[in-house]
Ligand binder design. Structure first.
Ligand code: SF4
Length: 335
């Protein structure tokens, strides 16, 4: 992705510092956009603040650098690339969503023939393209489709999706036949089809192309079932509790530990920031893991791990509390 195709709102960065009289600022950028860090730091310094750029990995607003900001004495955080997810930040935070400055028209026009089997379309989109929602809706209406845009009020914008939250998609899932996803890459479209079990067509404005995500979703579903079957043989489990503030599901982890133990298995709670193969290989006596943190690590990165890393819902299948076919029909994750 070319970085200058995005709007970093430099003017707003300066204005917020001046308006709030911020003296010490922490800038947090997602992977792929960190290269803009020193340029944005220079802009913020000109506004009169001492500026630090977080060099730690960041993949979502679930990982807001609020504790780092606190320990560094920051009085303001600028979080780039995502919309607000954490309800009460401990350090005042400005979200700069980094809107894309590319046209969506060509990709959407290419997507329309791929939607020919369906009339009722759900429209979903990343925050980078949210400003084009109306334009895409009109293009679909002109093509003779009906368009539903969900708003479950959990995310900042109607129609928006993020890697682990498809509540907007799910809220219209029953009334539509397929989704059109507008955004870059396969990640969110794949999440949408796994979370809703509806066919999803991608219109990628960066690559100016459109395609179906169906085959990839089927491959992941087969892989997930294989992981559940493998985990059934496990005697000891590690139940992962996310340390990132938007990934911490303590009660859920405790409930799963209890259920695993009731079923005769051993279970150890493991608190973790980043779930990587290197971290998990440090526990050779554990046969399988349950991930209560970011579900996408289990779904998208399974081949990297030597042992099964199940999501919470998949663990309920293993425990016989949920039927696999039914879970696939309802959607693999999310409420
Ligand atoms: S939990 Fe995972 S998918 Fe959700 S915002 Fe965080 S990194 Fe993205």
């Amino acid at each position: 992705m070319k970085v200058m195709t995005f709007d970093f709102e430099e003017k707003r960065l300066s204005e917020e510092i001046t308006k709030r009289g911020a003296k010490r600022v922490l800038i947090q950028l997602p992977e792929g956009l960190k290269k803009e860090g020193s340029r944005l730091a220079a802009v913020a310094e000109k506004a009169g603040a001492l500026v630090m750029v977080s060099a730690d990995p960041c993949y979502g607003a679930c990982d807001l650098a609020t504790l780092d900001g606190k320990s560094l004495g920051a009085d303001l955080i600028f979080h780039y690339g995502h919309s607000k997810m954490i309800e009460q930040e401990q350090v005042p935070t400005v979200y700069i969503e980094v809107k894309a400055k590319v046209s969506v028209k060509e990709a959407v026009k290419k997507a329309i023939p791929l939607l020919k089997r369906w009339k009722k379309i759900g429209l979903i989109i990343t925050v980078q393209h949210i400003q084009t929602l109306d334009e895409v809706r009109k293009l679909l209406l002109e093509a003779g489709k009906t368009v539903a845009i969900g708003d479950a009020r959990r995310l900042e914008h109607a129609g928006q999706v993020i890697g682990c939250d498809y509540s907007n998609a799910k809220s219209v899932s029953k009334e539509i036949e397929a989704f059109l996803f507008v955004g870059g890459g396969r990640f969110h479209a794949l999440g949408a089809t796994l979370a809703t079990a509806k066919p999803t067509i991608v219109a990628d404005p960066f690559e100016k192309r459109a395609y179906s995500i169906e085959k990839e979703a089927q491959r992941i579903l087969r892989q997930r079932w294989a992981s559940i079957c493998e985990a059934e043989k496990a005697e000891s489990f590690g139940v992962l509790i996310g340390l990132k503030n938007g990934q911490k599901r303590f009660t859920e982890a405790l409930k799963i530990k209890e259920k695993l133990e009731k079923s005769g298995r051993k279970a150890t709670l493991l608190a973790v920031r980043d779930i990587t193969p290197e971290v998990l290989t440090q526990f050779p006596d554990i046969d399988a893991f349950v991930n209560t943190a970011c579900p996408r690590v289990s779904l998208d990165e399974a081949s990297k791990f030597l042992k099964p890393v199940l999501t919470s819902n998949e663990t309920f299948v293993l425990l016989g509390e949920t039927d696999w076919e039914e879970l696939c029909r309802k959607g693999l994750f999310g409420n």
